[in-house]
Design a protein around this ligand. Structure first.
Ligand code: GFB
Length: 303
């Protein structure tokens, strides 16, 4: 997916380590025996587990059953494969959307993941990922492994899934705006534009994942990865419209479509305390890079 391809770009100059990128064609992570065989036949030292059944708000609302069952199977198969084959350190990916829908306080920190139920729109995905946090924590306690859960906010960037129905806000909107642009009709955005979101550019996340993986001084508890900036959906839509030279007055908000969770603010205090030198890509620059990639690769993107 997006993060695997991003990390593939980032490790081009790494002469010390060999990386194997697992694709569905090589190994179906939903098939337990395939996973156990694959891990047994390869002598891995580390794992960066980014594979998941993912999607935006509307895919989650429509497919809560498979989002739970597929992700539970993938995570259990991967963890069993790691455990049976001596992989003692790795990065496992959660998401800020698995947090409580009505937390005791904002911003939410790493200790609050299981505090109360997640938002109903994506409870399948959220509970599956919460079980990943539980299992990695139990493996660490029982076998002294170093399975570190990283918790990104809304990711976007090149290589994303630009499917018009199943994708996240940025790729879905970008794709729909790009198509509409050549028909000169009104531009549609979903919901009210009022919900708040935090965004993380994929290459920033990839660099931080690699830094954490090889930094033996960091603890093995979950860590939120974000830059603490929060935007109204409308601000993101307007910024993207400007980048795509779209007249914002032509944007119509379809308020029949769900807003989803109104706010899920998390804090990067642990990350910044550990790594005070991190520079995050601004939302405007990240959207510009993503749009440039989208235009240059339109014929081959996932859509
Ligand atoms: O990225 P997104 O789909 O997921 O953002 P969530 C949804 C928000 O953007 C809602 C508004 O407020 C939508 O009303 N929106 C406006 C749009 N236009 C569009 C559009 O064209 N496409 C989409 N998708 N939204 C997800 C979770 O929640 O967060 C996933 O459901 C995942 O599990 C992800 O973890 C990070 O931020 O609402």
């Amino acid at each position: 997916g997006m993060m695997g391809r991003t990390i593939n770009d980032l490790i081009k100059d790494d002469q010390e380590n060999e990386y194997i990128f697992l694709t569905r064609q090589i190994c179906n992570l939903l098939n337990r025996q395939q996973v156990l065989n694959y891990f047994e036949n390869n002598n891995f030292d580390y794992i960066i587990h980014l594979a998941a059944a993912v999607g935006g708000l509307f895919k989650n609302m429509n497919q809560n059953i498979s989002m739970f069952s597929d992700n539970i199977k993938i995570n259990e198969n991967v963890l069993e494969g790691c455990h049976l084959n001596g992989i003692k350190r790795g990065i496992f990916c959660l998401s800020s959307c698995i947090y409580p829908a009505n937390p005791s306080k904002f911003p939410m920190d790493e200790t609050m993941i299981h505090e109360s139920p997640p938002h109903s729109s994506n409870e399948g995905y959220a509970y599956a990922k919460r079980m990943l946090e539980l299992q990695t924590r139990q493996y660490n306690l029982t076998y002294n492994y170093e399975y570190i859960c990283v918790i990104p906010v809304n990711l976007y960037g090149p290589y994303d899934n630009f499917n018009l129905n199943d994708s996240h806000l940025v790729p879905g909107l970008m794709h729909r705006f790009a198509i509409t642009k050549y028909m000169e009709t009104s531009f549609e955005a979903y919901g009210t534009g009022k919900p708040l979101r935090q965004f993380l550019y994929s290459y920033d996340f990839g660099k931080i994942i690699l830094r954490i993986l090889f930094d033996k001084t960091i603890d093995t508890k979950p860590i939120i990865v974000c830059n603490n900036k929060e935007y109204k959906i409308k601000e993101v839509v307007d910024t993207l419209a400007d980048i795509m030279f779209i007249n914002k007055d032509l944007i119509i908000w379809d308020t029949k479509k769900s807003d989803g969770c109104l706010k899920k603010t998390v804090t990067n205090e642990k990350l910044i305390t550990k790594y005070s030198d991190i520079n995050f890509t601004s939302l405007e620059d990240g959207l510009k890079e993503t749009y440039k990639w989208f235009v240059n690769n339109f014929d081959n993107i996932r859509k």
